[in-house]
Write a protein that binds this ligand. Structure first.
Ligand code: HXC
Length: 510
């Protein structure tokens, strides 16, 4: 018996070595942790239960019969994050570059199946060179099996991808179908084809960072939802994110302790809106002053800053926040902002996370660049997302709610449950000057008359009361009471029961 136990321990030890000491050292020299070290940081201490530690590939071509590593380049299993179950897989770059063989793919599929069957989130940590070139179609088939599972799990359990090294070829499409992608700055990159292929096909010369580094995917392409300075920071932030998420679409949002009273008034909010309607202010101040302890996990902070999205908690329960940001492009809705917020609202709706919307929007961004880029279709995504969402929707208009953007931003007409406005709200088809120039075109060249028309328009429409007279705004609230009013509304909506008509699925404009 003792011999058997030592053999098991020896086999385990061999598997834990991955690609060997030299390759582990090379991994550390690049500032990266190994797959196992990453899981140790991410999961609660001692909670990791590993599967398939001894799985090996079955390939024989190109000398592969001489290259066997127990585990075959991916570490899989489950564990807990602050006591809640999560399934994990971490690509081991020290073993054949973390490349995906048929057997490696089967290990990933097994944890995907377990996560779905047991209704718990799954997180993949990527550091890999794509399909194992020596295996050919067996590796391609393995990827497609993973993709299929990603799609079936979408909207049922949260799926998160963290890119912590190379992520190329087949490895990019599984993350692309998960709910969130995060990257590590300077050490990770993602692309379908790398710089060498790009050079051959298009004659462009680019570095890996320029083609698919965190600086590109968090700012330009919006493929990634956030980036962190190093592995440890990224892993700790993923623990924080997991705390916000329900285990599945049938589980309630987690309920955490909170220390900040919801009844305390924050009088500083009474002066948040500047006297001049064209002056910006930071909507994140309102977000931080509304959520518990100011704890806000922002999604896509570096992309389309004119809209802010992220998770917070109110009375210990997760909420999704969507807010126009007057500090960036005056908070206008453009294609990027619409796509960003639409995806976020749909994530919240999948997982029964209430959506709180703060509105200060001058309208949709005019111009050929936007129209040629498909603003109609992209704007429609956000409209569609809000309109189909059945989760509790609480909206607060702080200042401008102009034109179509008024409709889109969780208005009463899109089944907003509780719609508040601050006394500073201006709800109208457009700003007073623009409106007067159109409806009083004949006076357009007479500044005095135009000013009088503008003032009359302002007095009639640029307040919350025209909308409140019609019940489009349920209540005009004091800014200092926002946290209390929003939390009361959410408490009232806890048992909200609303279903859309049966359909196979909708046909959101893509
Ligand atoms: C087999 C691979 C591999 C792969 C890397 N390795 N990628 N082995 N299949 N795909 C091996 C290397 O041979 C090397 O082995 C070790 O991993 C480390 O790789 P290096 O190249 O030394 O590391 P580095 O310089 O850091 O470069 C990493 C890399 C590069 C950028 C990822 O290895 C690379 O370009 N790999 C190939 C990427 C690729 O084209 N993949 C196939 C995509 S096609 P030794 O023994 O020398 O240490 C695809 C199709 C699926 O994925 C499509 C589905 C939709």
């Amino acid at each position: 018996m003792r011999d058997m136990l030592s053999e098991l321990e020896a086999r385990r030890e061999k598997a834990r070595e991955g690609g060997g000491t030299k390759r582990i050292e090379a991994q550390h020299a690049k500032g990266k942790l190994t797959a196992r070290e990453r899981l140790t940081v991410f999961l609660d201490e001692g909670s990791f239960e590993e599967f398939d530690m001894f799985v090996q590939h079955r390939a024989t071509d190109f000398g592969m019969d001489q290259q066997h590593y127990p585990g075959d380049g991916v570490v899989t299993g489950w564990g807990t994050v602050n006591g809640r179950t999560v399934f994990v897989f971490a690509k081991d770059f020290t073993v054949l570059g973390g490349s995906l063989s048929e057997a490696h793919a089967e290990k990933v599929q097994k944890v995907q199946d377990l996560a779905l069957r047991n209704r718990a989130p799954i997180i993949g940590f990527y550091d890999a060179g794509g399909a194992r070139i020596q295996e050919g179609v067996a590796a391609l088939g393995g990827y497609a099996e993973i993709f299929q599972r990603n799609v079936l799990a979408s909207g049922v359990i949260p799926q998160i991808s963290v890119i912590m090294g190379p992520c190329a070829g087949g490895d990019v499409y599984s993350p692309a179908m998960t709910d969130f992608i995060f990257m590590v700055r300077d050490t990770s990159y993602m692309f379908v084809t790398g710089p060498d292929v790009v050079k051959t096909v298009t004659n462009e010369t680019v570095t890996a960072e320029e083609l698919g580094g965190a600086s590109i995917h968090t700012v330009k392409s919006s493929i990634a939802d956030g980036a962190y300075d190093n592995d440890v920071d990224a892993l700790l932030q993923m623990r924080r994110l997991i705390d916000f998420l329900p285990a599945s679409n049938t589980s309630p949002v987690p309920e955490l302790d909170y220390s900040q009273s919801v009844t305390a008034e924050d009088v500083s909010l009474d002066t948040l809106i500047p006297d001049n309607a064209n002056k910006p202010y930071d909507i994140k101040e309102l977000i931080r002053k509304t959520v518990d302890e100011g704890d806000f996990f922002e999604i896509q902070a570096a992309f389309a800053g004119n809209i802010v999205t992220g998770f917070g908690r109110i009375e210990g329960r997760t909420v999704g926040i969507v807010a126009n940001q007057p500090m960036v492009l005056a908070g206008v809705l453009d294609s990027d902002a619409s796509r960003k917020a639409a995806r976020f609202v749909r994530f919240c709706d999948c997982f029964s996370i209430p959506v709180v919307t703060f509105v200060d929007v001058p309208g949709f961004l005019p111009g050929t660049a936007q129209e040629y880029g498909g603003l109609i279709k992209h704007g429609a995504k956000l409209l569609f997302a809000y309109a189909e969402a059945t989760v509790p929707k609480v909206t607060v208009i702080t200042r401008k709610a102009f034109g179509g953007a008024y409709d889109v931003m969780a208005s009463k007409h899109l089944r907003g449950d509780i719609n508040y406005a601050w006394p500073t709200a201006q709800i109208a088809v457009m700003g007073a000057k623009g409106a007067s120039e159109i409806i009083h075109r004949k006076d357009a060249k007479d500044p005095e008359k135009l000013a009088a028309h503008t003032k009359a328009y302002e007095e009639r429409f640029l307040s919350p009361f025209v909308a409140a007279e019609r019940g489009y705004v349920d209540e005009v609230i004091m800014p200092h009471s926002t946290r209390r009013r929003v939390s009361r509304a959410l408490a009232m909506l806890r048992n909200k029961d609303l279903e859309n008509p049966w359909k196979k699925h909708d046909n959101i404009p893509l």
